[in-house]
Design a protein around this ligand. Structure first.
Ligand code: DX5
Ligand code: ZN
Length: 217
């Protein structure tokens, strides 16, 4: 069954505990977006907030690192309670490194390693990593901000990645992030997505629990 990962970027930070508790019994993962103002043109939050969230989260923490040099921080995020950590292929490009290095560090820390790409990175660039990663994260908006409009071409990119996995006989999880809601969840699941990140469509909904349920239909 598909995993729903509400993104607390869209939560009410003055009532963060309440918002985490609202999704605790209904979602599968809690998505935590870390931005550094360098890899993406925005800042979000880091360790102190994760420490607080970890105290009340009853579901695994899914940390999405939109930062350069993620290798410097993977271990700290793992120690802070992350169960899944994703980092961007673009970060590896910028550092002149192979993303394989980040995958190994995450694995050594005992967390699930995810490799993310923005919508302008050819999806074929992920193919060599299929045997190595635990999951891929396909951005369906440009990373950096919540509340953006879903890019429909993302569905074909997920399908292409899924097709390649099936071709080589190694199937891994595919997470999709950005503009996800009940309006596109079925198409994303049919294309091969197994984890849906949803910020605005959950936390800005009148009924977040119902919004999560709708995405599973
Ligand atoms: C964007 C973040 C997303 C964001 C999604 O850079 O990676 O996780 O929270 O927010 P929505 O669902 O509002 O597009
Ligand atoms: Zn994210």
């Amino acid at each position: 069954m598909v995993k729903i990962a509400p993104s607390i970027l869209a939560a009410d930070f003055l009532s963060l505990e309440r918002d985490v508790r609202v999704v605790n019994d209904h979602a599968d993962l809690l998505h935590f977006d870390v931005m550094d103002g360098s890899l993406v043109p925005n800042l979000s939050f880091g360790f102190p907030v994760l420490d607080a969230v970890a105290k009340v989260a009853a579901i695994p923490l899914d940390v999405h690192l939109m930062i350069i040099n993620p290798d410097k921080y993977i271990e700290r995020f793992a120690k802070a309670g992350a169960s899944l950590i994703s980092f961007h292929l673009e970060a590896a490009d910028e550092a002149g490194k192979d993303a394989e290095e980040y995958i190994s560090i995450a694995r050594a820390c005992g967390v699930k390693a995810g490799l993310a790409i923005n919508p302008d990175v050819p999806v074929e660039r992920l193919f060599p990593y299929i045997p190595e990663v635990d999951f891929f994260l396909i951005m369906s908006v440009f990373a950096g901000f919540g509340g953006q409009k879903f890019i429909p071409g993302s569905i074909g990119r997920i399908a292409a990645l899924k097709a390649e996995m099936e071709r080589i006989g190694i199937v891994k999880d595919i997470e999709v992030d950005g503009g996800v809601s009940a309006a596109n969840s079925r198409a994303l699941i049919d294309a091969g997505a197994t984890m849906l990140v949803a910020g605005s469509s959950v936390f800005k909904a009148d009924d977040p629990v119902e919004a999560i349920a709708q995405m599973r239909l």
